[in-house]
Design a protein around this ligand. Structure first.
Ligand code: HEM
Length: 368
């Protein structure tokens, strides 16, 4: 089967600083998870240390997600193609459609940051098939992740934090971080060549971590997944968007949804035994078998200010029977960090404004 790809690259400069904003956070309340998952030990990382690192890098923004803080809620549905049924017994792949609650966002812990092409974009989806199964996934528009461990993530955030004396990241700290993390140097070289599209609607989003699909007979295969836009690719520098508007990416997205539903194909890449499942910085060979599992359609947008994704934690370990975690250590680290971020933001008085794109903005754009 043909591969599903989009096209067109972005200069690599500033990528690391932007990715630095992908953020970290670990745990305050979720320490028990982290401990059980085996990635946290008093000598290596503490929850408070990770929280501080995140806040040092982004400032304090009570009430917001500690990472991917700027976003918009969306809803729609998933219609299966039936092609994933031989690989996974998950109910959502059986014939029919299931409701989806999603969120598009920008990496980084700054809820009012200005939109820019280089900032990592994300799509998070919550599939709600009947019968109580549920699948949550968060994907980014980069081909590989920048680190392969919680420690690497913490180190990266710490190295990207602004020096209070200069207001800028200390280049020496970043140099030292990169010297200690050759996997990040390799990943950044791949990321620098990625095609960057004009907006959310024509971005390909990748799950990056590996998982396992398990079918009704109990057979398991390693997988990674992506959502590939049906909307045609236009390079970010070829589109007539209003890049001077600090919310241009979100406004374009809302305008497009108001005009017609947007669609992505859910593409499953099936790994082979030799493919790394425990290192999200490493791509799998380009010729791996892919299946088109179905189509995600998004037809409605809502502000995060009261929107139906605001209280959702897109924990990558909320999985239905038929989808299982791999041995990737980032999965348990993410699960713990998202829980900590969720617990904090849910208990905080919300900073104002409560979102960059307000309910009034959405109503006005949806009528125009
Ligand atoms: C140790 C590694 C990581 C840490 C500590 C981390 C941390 C976080 C945190 C704290 C949030 C906010 C969660 C919330 O409040 O709901 C978040 C959001 C997100 N992260 Fe990560 N992350 C990590 C790795 C990754 C990886 C490998 C991906 C790959 C796709 C990823 C994709 C996302 C996405 C898409 C969101 C936004 C979800 C939403 O819209 O609510 N993260 N991350």
């Amino acid at each position: 089967m043909a591969r599903f790809e989009a096209a067109g690259p972005l200069p690599g400069s500033a990528v690391l600083v932007r990715l630095g904003a992908i953020g970290a956070v670990m745990l305050s309340v979720a320490g028990a998870f982290a401990y059980t998952a085996g990635w946290l030990s008093p000598q290596r990382l503490t929850q408070d240390g990770m929280m501080d690192a995140f806040e040092d890098a982004n400032g304090a923004h009570p009430g917001f997600r500690r990472n991917h803080a700027k976003g918009v809620c969306v809803t729609g549905w998933f219609e299966t193609s039936g092609q994933a049924v031989p690989l996974s017994k998950a109910a959502l792949f059986r014939p029919g459609t299931v409701p989806v609650v999603g969120r598009f966002a920008l990496a980084g812990g700054m809820p009012l940051q200005a939109d820019s092409p280089a900032t990592v974009r994300s799509m998070a989806l919550r599939f709600l098939p009947p019968g109580g199964e549920e699948w949550r996934t968060g994907m980014n528009n980069i081909p590989v992740f920048v680190v392969n461990s919680a420690r690497g993530f913490y180190d990266q955030i710490s190295a990207s934090a602004r020096d209070p004396a200069t207001g800028k990241p200390d280049p020496e700290k970043m140099k030292a971080f990169l010297a200690a993390h050759p996997e990040t140097v390799r990943a950044l070289a791949i990321i620098a060549k990625r095609p960057v599209s004009s907006g959310f609607a024509n971005s390909t989003f990748n799950g990056l971590d590996a998982f396992r699909f398990v079918n009704a007979a109990g057979a398991a295969v390693p997988v990674r997944w992506s959502t590939v836009p049906v909307q045609p690719f236009v390079a970010h520098d070829a589109a007539p968007s209003e890049m001077s508007d600090p919310n241009y990416l979100f406004k374009d997205l809302i305008d497009q949804i108001a005009q017609h539903p947007l669609q992505w194909r859910l593409v499953i890449t099936v790994g082979q035994e030799s493919d790394p499942t425990n290192d999200a910085t490493l791509p799998w060979p380009a010729d791996r078998h892919q299946i088109d599992a179905g189509t995600v359609t998004i037809d409605h947008a809502e502000s995060e200010d009261g929107g139906n994704c605001t209280a959702v934690n897109y924990d990558p370990l909320v999985l239905p029977p038929g989808i299982e975690p791999s041995d990737d250590p980032l999965l348990s680290a993410r699960s713990a960090a998202y829980a900590a971020s969720f617990t904090l933001r849910a208990g905080e008085q919300h900073e104002k404004p409560a979102s960059a794109v307000t309910p009034q903005d959405i109503r006005a754009r949806s009528k125009s």
